[in-house]
Design a protein around this ligand. Structure first.
Ligand code: ADP
Length: 576
């Protein structure tokens, strides 16, 4: 998986990073050099002062001290302190104490003893408590010894002030160094914690990358500025496959495979514009070429404040699925078309024979049964043809709604199906039918009602009841068909409106059917601007409720929802 900004090397969580040790060494080197340079600068200024003014003391001893300071400074700058043990560094402040002592001795009353303050400050910084005690004791001893030995010096306040100042400066610098050390340790601990957290995050990222690379659908994460921060292997594969013939800009088509999608309507562009959508199919490549169909879903991401933080775009190769569906539809359409011609001829000849007065009554009965069955067969073939030739659009094109009375349609359908109900001693209860207006195509509505009533008989038990009713609120009108049959499970309810779907019990009990009637019925009802809902309990029965516009006014075109939303909508309808 590609990840933006993947630039740092792994950090070990259990030990302080090596980089820190090097930094510490370099810091020591730099501190020694800086301290000494500062001291040398002060001495240089003093030497310049002494050179231009008369010096009331031992000038050669003074310059001996100056030379010592410069020599030590030169050595400090070239010695690689981080490679030596810390003890060697103590030689620098000790030499400074010696140089300051020489300069003080050159002119005891000149106040050069103050120069001891510099080494007294650095010793506790670099050597902690030992540096503090060593510095204070060492410098005080030198001070006392030189004061006693010198005949010129006499005891006064300054004899006490200088050691006190040195103790105070040394103590203050020791405390500051301690505080600095504590802060450094705290920082080190926090750095350790941070590096462990970083390690953990890297581990999680790695695991996520492995998971994303293992799936066969493409995943990319888009930031709001249009940059891609995550893209898995499958995405790269799909991208290669979709652009293999037209690498620069492949032509993209809608789900129908023929309507070209403009550059602004490409899934990526839509995701950038802040849109979200579910399972929309796009064909990449021109019709007739070896092209690919991708089902694309875009989900928005939100940051903790709830603002848009980009999107995740998931794409799945559905070429084979769509081709299989098309191949099935084409096969079904061809087969049913081929069946229709001979069936129509059979029906024509049966009609002729039945009308022949010379046919004996018994044979006529048998011929009529054959005719009924041939008609049913023709009906099934017509259903299959309708379903296979893009049923939804063909239904919409052939709807001619007018003001009709639903009761007329229901009664006519009951009359035609009564013989079938009688065969199985099923009572059709029409007491719920009221004269109710609907703005609908009478023939198409009859097709829907025939299907619902035929199912109510087919999937009923012998001796059961089929209740048919109608109602209106002036805006919408309803048809209710309730049976006492085998019923359907929740899972079956969610699928009965799919084309070719047949429930398990319908198949095992050998009830004849194609699984097309309900899907066509729903297409017809939706093309009117209505819908079908279903409630059912296995072993108890099912209730189908058809909603239609009551008047031309209340009729609105069927909402064209995306496939997925339509299914959810159906589920809701079914659950209601
Ligand atoms: P067909 O009846 O030709 O199989 P339909 O599309 O009309 O096709 O119905 C689809 C499936 O829904 C049926 O196969 C059956 O399993 C189920 N079904 C339809 N109506 C009922 C009903 N009234 N009771 C129980 N199941 C039904």
């Amino acid at each position: 998986m590609a990840r933006a900004g993947d630039d740092s090397a792994p950090v070990r969580a259990d030990a302080p990073p090596r980089r820190f040790a090097t930094v510490k060494g370099r810091t020591r080197e730099r501190t020694a050099a800086l301290n000494q340079l500062l001291f040398a600068a002060v001495i240089l200024a003093l030497a310049a002062l002494v050179a231009v003014t008369p010096f009331p003391g031992d000038l050669s001893l003074f310059f001996f001290g100056v030379v010592l300071v410069f020599a030590v400074t030169g050595v400090t700058l070239v010695v690689p302190w981080n490679r030596l043990s810390l003890g060697w560094m103590a030689l620098v402040p000790v030499s400074d104490v010696v140089a300051a002592t020489l300069m003080r001795e050159a002119n005891p009353g000149g106040g050069f003893g103050l120069l001891w303050v510099f080494p007294a400050m650095w010793l506790p910084t670099s050597f902690g408590f030992i540096g503090l005690v060593g510095g204070v004791v060492g410098i005080t001893t030198v001070l006392v010894a030189t004061t006693f030995l010198s005949e010129a010096e006499s005891f006064g306040y300054s004899s006490f002030l200088l050691p006190l100042v040195i103790v105070a400066v040394s103590g203050a610098s020791y405390l500051t160094a301690r505080r600095g050390g504590a802060q450094r340790r705290l920082l080190d601990r926090q750095a350790g914690l941070l590096s462990r957290a970083l390690e953990r995050t890297r581990g999680q990222e790695h695991a996520l990358a492995e998971v994303l690379d293992a799936v066969d659908f493409g995943v990319i994460r888009l930031a709001t500025d249009g940059s891609v921060s995550v893209a898995n292997e499958a995405h790269a594969r799909l991208q290669r496959a979709t652009s293999q013939h037209e690498p620069s800009q492949p032509s993209v088509f809608r789900e129908d495979g023929e309507t070209e999608v403009g550059p602004d309507e490409l899934p990526f562009e839509r995701a950038l514009r802040g849109e979200a959508f579910d399972g929309q199919v796009f064909w990449f490549g021109a019709p007739g070429s070896d092209r690919k169909a991708l089902s694309v879903t875009v989900r928005r991401l939100r940051n903790p404040q709830g603002a848009d933080a980009g999107a995740v775009l998931v794409s799945r190769d559905v070429t084979r699925e769509l081709e299989a569906l098309r191949a099935r539809d084409a096969l079904v359409a061809t087969v049913s078309h081929e069946l229709r011609t001979p069936l129509t001829s059979i029906l024509g000849y049966l009609d002729l024979v039945i009308d022949d007065p010379g046919v004996p009554a018994r044979s006529r009965d048998r011929l009529e049964i054959a005719e009924r069955n041939a008609e049913r067969l023709l009906g099934i073939v017509a259903d299959i043809l309708r379903a296979s030739s893009a049923s939804r659009s063909s239904v919409e094109l052939t709807i001619t709604p007018t003001d009709i009375d639903i009761a007329d349609v229901l009664r006519a359908s009951i009359e035609s199906l009564q013989p079938r109900a009688d065969e199985r001693a099923i009572t059709i209860d029409d007491s719920g039918i009221e004269a109710v207006r609907a703005y609908a195509d009478g023939d198409r509505l009859r097709q829907v009602v025939d299907n619902l009533l035929a199912n109510g008989i087919k999937y009923n038990r012998d001796g059961g009841v089929l209740a048919v009713g109608s109602a209106t609120n002036g805006d919408s009108s309803w048809i209710v068909v309730r049976d006492t049959g085998i019923g359907l499970t929740e899972e079956e309810i969610s699928r009965v409106f799919e084309r070719f779907y047949r429930s398990h019990s319908a198949r095992t009990e050998g009830v004849v059917g194609t699984g097309l009637g309900l899907s066509i019925s729903r297409d017809i009802v939706r093309a009117h601007g209505g819908d079908i809902a279903l409630r059912s309990t296995p072993g108890v029965g099912s209730t189908f409720i058809v909603r239609l516009p009551a008047t031309r006014h209340s009729a609105s075109p069927a909402p064209r929802l995306p496939e997925r939303e339509r299914e959810e909508h159906d589920d809701e309808g079914a659950a209601r």
